[in-house]
Design a protein around this ligand. Sequence first.
Ligand code: SAM
Length: 331
Amino acid sequence: MTHLDAYSRSISYLRISVTDRCNLRCIYCMPPEGVPLRTHDEILRYEEIENVARAAAGLGICKVRLTGGEPLVRLGIVDLVRKLAHIPGIDDLSMTTNGILLPRYAADLATAGLRRVNISLDTLRPERFAAITRRGRLTDVLAAIESARQAGLRPVKINTVVIRGINDDEAVDLARRAADAGWNLRFIEWMPVGGVALAGGDWQEQVVTAAEIRRQIEVALGPLEPATLDIGGGPARYYRLPGGRGTIGFIAPISEHFCGQCNRLRLTADGQLRPCLLSDYEIDLRAPLRRGADAAQIRALLLKGIGSKPLQHRLNEKERPEHRVMSEIGG
Ligand code: SAM
């Protein structure tokens, strides 16, 4: 049975960041100088992550997503997937990845019990891709999408963060590609996290709202029809172009926040439980885990996290989470 928080939201979802390391340096996620990396010792060991996941499953959490940093850069990730997939009660195990290493791991991840992946892709232009990620190659991500499909990691969802002056002129091209290629693409509003500043003014001016993107697409390609994507049940609203194969989703944490439906907890790579992505409040699980906390004690800390979830984020009142960048929290 799932647990309700103080605002009657049912908490069924745990996002686990397995590493703070990443093989890309996306300009909106990390500052140019990078972030100081945690030492090996500061990062939760796999058995500690497994203990937390097991305790979470005992509280009715049935959905787990692995993220990072980049989850595929951590050695032994397939073994972790296999362990988590065997925990009774966890019935939807997924991963968010930039895809760079996915072709190497997709088949093994699927065999180990991963059900599906979300792949990040912000542009279809090779030079722009290199500029946004500061080091990546677009062709690698396109190959990753194909490898996920072939491995049966479905549905593959594509995450596209839209930022004014960076890639907001590509919404129509991306929507068209989603329709033609059968992608489940989701446009995500950029969130100001960890003091990452982008050139060009206030963060409010850099956010491109879901409504604005939708308008651009409808002006160019015609009205979108409501659609559903059965699996995941996340905050995206889905549409499709008439006759198109794929779906086009919108995730609008800024312009139409969905805090009222928030069902998640987050665990950072260094073992901090974060009840809200956009609040710096965290509960330390690592020290208790290393003191030998048993399942009941971990469950009690998770319940404290559930009980501490705020009613909603306060970004629009100029409260910004400053302590960590997105690559540390896991997005
Ligand atoms: N490395 C993996 C990846 O690229 O998908 C997983 C970690 S990444 C932090 C998870 C997701 O967060 C990605 O889809 C990324 O685009 C998104 N993201 C990062 N910073 C963001 C921000 N400031 N606002 C909105 N989404 C962001």
